[in-house]
Design a protein around this ligand. Structure first.
Ligand SMILES: [Zn+2]
Length: 274
């Protein structure tokens, strides 16, 4: 009898915790967002996020709140002897949190750590080149996003991107778009969308635009979306995100359907920026 009561209490506690934990997490996040935003942080972001001052005051305030939560929940690790500074953390958090202005309520839930290398880093990969033949290759990388746990970034590349905001390439936007895509466990170019009915529209537009990019690359036409997007649908979504934030006007002019799809997903109005 006592045994059954104890089991019953334990089950009750587990169920209670499952229901309570999102409520407690939201309360904690709400409290973090109420903290004053340090003026030094604001100055660093003004310097390092070229579109920050073009956001509306309301968007800036929401972005600040997301940055506070992001900094409180993620850990930053310096690699190859790199000393992680406040500037590095804030710059990465500010760019990544631009992707959260659609108020989805999630903060890259599978991500725990951001690893920062001083510059390009190298990984050794084993690649099958033929039947029974594998080769070890040393790949140079500027960033990567793992399905679990990690985003890896090169600080040198981030600094380059800060000064070249309108070139359509941004390693932080790219890797964190992958995080959104990987949230459902699959890297397929389809992030979690608000409604079930959004998926067929997403699939139709993205498939057509991806195909068009592949054709344009093959026929060597002039393109505004980085050709790396033609690698696969997951890379296409990451590259389209970079283009949307860095070249919104050009994207609207040349790929209005894609622009509108991304605008409705990210809920941010960038047309006015350039
Ligand atoms: Zn990628």
């Amino acid at each position: 009898m006592l045994k059954s009561i104890i089991i019953f209490i334990i089950i009750g506690l587990v169920i209670g915790l499952i229901f309570l934990s999102p409520i407690l997490r939201n309360k904690r996040r709400y409290r973090i967002k109420q903290r004053p935003f340090p003026p030094l942080w604001n100055a660093i972001i003004e310097n390092n996020l070229p579109i920050y001052l073009r956001l509306s005051p309301e968007e800036r305030r929401r972005l600040q709140g997301h940055i506070q939560v992001f900094l409180a929940e993620k850990q930053f690790i310096g690699c190859r002897g790199l000393q992680v500074t406040e500037e590095m953390k804030l710059t990465i958090a500010a760019v990544a949190c631009l992707l959260l202005l659609n108020e989805r309520g999630e903060y890259f839930p599978k991500l725990r750590s951001i690893l920062i290398y001083p510059s390009t880093y190298f990984v050794t990969q084993t690649v099958a080149v033929d039947n029974y033949i594998v080769e070890e290759r040393r790949d140079a990388r500027l960033g990567e996003s793992w399905t679990q746990d990690q985003v890896i970034l090169s600080w040198e590349q981030i600094q380059y991107d800060i000064h070249n905001w309108q070139d359509g390439h941004n390693v932080v936007l790219h890797e964190f778009a992958h995080q959104l895509d990987q949230e459902d466990g699959k890297a397929d170019g389809v992030p979690i969308l608000p409604k079930k009915s959004d998926y067929p529209i997403w699939s139709k537009v993205m498939t057509a635009e991806y195909q068009q990019l592949c054709n344009d690359v093959q026929e060597e036409r002039e393109i505004i979306i980085n050709t790396y997007g033609a690698t696969n649908p997951a890379e296409f979504f990451a590259v389209a995100t970079e283009t949307f934030f860095e070249k919104p006007q050009q994207l609207l002019e040349k790929h209005s359907v894609l622009y509108k799809l991304l605008q409705s997903y990210y809920q941010i109005y960038l047309k006015k920026i350039h």
